[in-house]
Design a protein around this ligand. Sequence first.
Ligand SMILES: [Fe+2]
Length: 271
Amino acid sequence: MEFERVAKLGAEVSGIDLAPDLPQDVIDEIEQGLLEHRVLFFRNQDLNGEELVDFSRRFGESFVQPALAHKYQELLFLENDKSKPPALNTFHQDMTGLAQPPALHMLHALVVPDGGGDTMWACNYSAYETLSDEMKRILGSLTCTHTILGYYEPIVRNWENSEEKIKEFEKIFPPVSHPVVRTHPRTGRKSLFVNRFFTNFINGFTPQESENLLQFLYKHIETPEFCVRLRWRPGTLAIWDNRCTSHYALADYWPQHRKMQRASVSGDTPF
Ligand SMILES: [Fe+2]
């Protein structure tokens, strides 16, 4: 297996066919590569949904997305076409509105548009490490409130009894508080841990202070030098560390068809 670095983060991995029953030393090598590069790209991978979930379980317990209509599922299909335009074109870290957001995602391309539909990742370590010592000191003592409802509310609004459902969501998934600077449990490196999807405000700040500082941090995370961009092909599989990267799915291919399958690994409480 070979790792070829692509940018500040990201590596193309060659010489491996991913499968649920790979020997443990190979899984360990993939995990080490992931900790080093944060995003790994594997081309021409042939796994069905069940195999993808089983492969992901080699890295930890499955993360089940709190799904709509209260169905819980380990395999998620992300599909957009003429009737369902893509709308996730914002940098974010997944599900930080939960007390324990997912650690890893594995996304596998099934149908890829002729042009467009790339994904970008940003390195939240780099974003943190390039701040001044004084800014690091200030951010180190701050926490933010995150909620998943910002993401789910527009979807739930289209349901019958939407008001009732939203109240139910608020009860099951109350807002959570996370540090603005997160320490990675495996590498010990610090990263910025705020995003446009799920972060609501900085605790203890006035609304203007919170909004201005958050906007600065979001833009800083999205610095092109901290990013890598993947051109998908059918069979491309990307694995990324959701604890220290942000991602952005480019919505530039509509009305073409794009279909991906995803399995995820649970994470711990950010500290
Ligand atoms: Fe996402």
